[in-house]
Write a protein that binds this ligand. Structure first.
Ligand code: HEC
Ligand code: HEC
Length: 355
């Protein structure tokens, strides 16, 4: 991989400082390495996590991997409005990108997982995603593949090393490497004034002056600050916006589904805008197909502002400046079991009517 976590952290710190300057809030530099760049992920653990991430055998039908919905060969999502898992079943929400997901204080649109480790447990047993009956089935599937047992033992020690906790520990270690530094904005902020063109610079200035940075600030432009707790914001904030009905933004109550508190109704986590050009369609329900329309929607629902066509074009140009450099990933070689499949039809959960 081309970039160490330390170098991205340095980069992101600089970006955070620049955006912070516009916002006048303090930046705790010390906190970044302790939170985002958790130390001690061994090469073996990251490689094991990569294998598990790409392995469709962790799903009931043997056809759906993490990468099916978070495709690392492109934007880290699936390009669908809402995701499709085993047996063609679809879920209610749009798949967020996994690129840079380490740079946020909680996972999922409603923040119901505090960590990447906890998050990774969900999809394996969600009936509309990977559809396994339970984590025990995931563990026994892994144990059925001798090469994995060897890899788990080399990573976590000989005693009882194939566990769900160790599997998600490895997946999260791999996810922490999925970072995309060195975007045109990053280069511009560290002094390369040629990195962004005039439209992008106008877009950046508009982004700050209109108040997008109220929510989309910090290293990942998602409000996250190193060491900070997760924050959720009201969406739509201006409920009279015509887009609320048009794109059905009130059907999903968001954060309150995670907390059970009605006061959290229609609160969502601010998503990262890094690589936003690559992850259409947009919003938690994937209802908006174009980035320009997404910007129009945000201006209306969050700031009660209407941009001119020129301003929209400038903001869209600025979004292009947020595309980062992707690491050169190599495919893992997945261990296989000689002469026999590990997918047994009788063990599949099959379609169920749960959530
Ligand atoms: C069937 C498609 C599908 C599969 C398979 C899947 N995911 Fe997801 N993933 C989603 C959707 C949809 C969401 C958002 C759900 C929500 O917020 O309620 C999500 C959310 C996430 C998030 C949170 C990102 C953020 O910004 O909040 C991470 C990280 C993630 N998935 C990683 C994984 C990993 C690791 C696996 C494999 C163990 C996996 N996903 C398998 C569809 C999928
Ligand atoms: C008050 C907070 C807030 C402000 C201000 C704000 N946003 Fe957002 N933004 C959000 C939240 C929250 C979401 C996710 C909404 C959802 O789908 O649930 C979002 C989503 C987006 C998305 C789609 C992201 C995706 O992955 O689907 C884009 C693009 C975006 N914002 C750009 C902007 C721009 C440009 C501005 C300024 C004109 C802006 N935002 C102002 C909070 C805000």
């Amino acid at each position: 991989m081309k970039y160490s976590v330390t170098s991205i952290v340095q980069h992101l710190v600089l970006l955070a400082i620049s955006l912070a300057a516009a916002q006048a809030y303090a930046q705790d530099l010390e906190a970044i390495p302790k939170t985002a760049a958790k130390r001690g992920d061994s090469k073996e653990k990251i490689e094991l996590g990569k294998s598990l991430y790409f392995d469709p055998r962790l799903s009931a039908t043997g056809t759906v991997s993490c990468n099916s919905c978070h495709n690392l060969m492109e934007g880290g999502d699936d390009g669908r409005a809402t995701s499709m898992g085993v047996d063609g079943l679809t879920g209610p929400r749009n798949a967020p990108t996994v690129w840079n997901s380490v740079f946020q204080a909680s996972q999922f649109w409603d923040g119901r997982s505090a960590t990447l480790e906890d998050q990774a447990k969900g999809p394996m047993v969600a009936n509309v995603e990977m559809g396994m009956i339970g984590h025990d089935q995931v563990v026994s599937r892994i144990k059925d593949i001798p090469g994995y047992v060897v890899q788990f033992e080399a990573t976590f020690g000989k005693t009882d090393s194939v566990t769900i906790e160790n599997a998600v520990d490895a997946i999260a270690a791999f996810e922490r490497t999925l970072i995309t530094p060195n975007s045109a904005l990053d280069r511009y902020l560290v002094g390369d004034k040629q990195a962004m063109n005039e439209a992008q610079i106008r877009g950046m200035e508009l982004f700050e002056s209109t108040g997008c940075t109220e929510c989309h600030a910090g290293p990942a432009l998602n409000g996250w600050q190193p060491g900070s707790d997760a924050e959720f914001v009201d969406f739509p904030r201006f409920e009279d916006s015509p887009y609320v009905e048009k794109y059905d933004f009130v059907a999903d109550v968001g954060r309150s589904m995670a907390t059970g508190d009605n006061g959290d109704d229609h609160y969502f986590k601010t998503p990262t805008l890094r690589n936003i050009t690559l992850t259409a369609p947009y919003f938690h329900n994937g209802r908006v197909n174009s980035l320009t329309e997404a910007i129009r929607v945000m201006a209306s629902t969050q700031l009660d502002v209407k941009f001119t066509d020129q301003e929209l074009a400038d903001l869209a140009a600025f979004m292009e400046a947020l595309e980062g450099e992707f690491p050169n990933l190599t495919f893992p070689r997945l261990p296989s079991r000689s002469g026999e499949s590990v997918i047994h039809a009788s063990l599949n959960a099959g379609p169920s009517d749960q959530g």
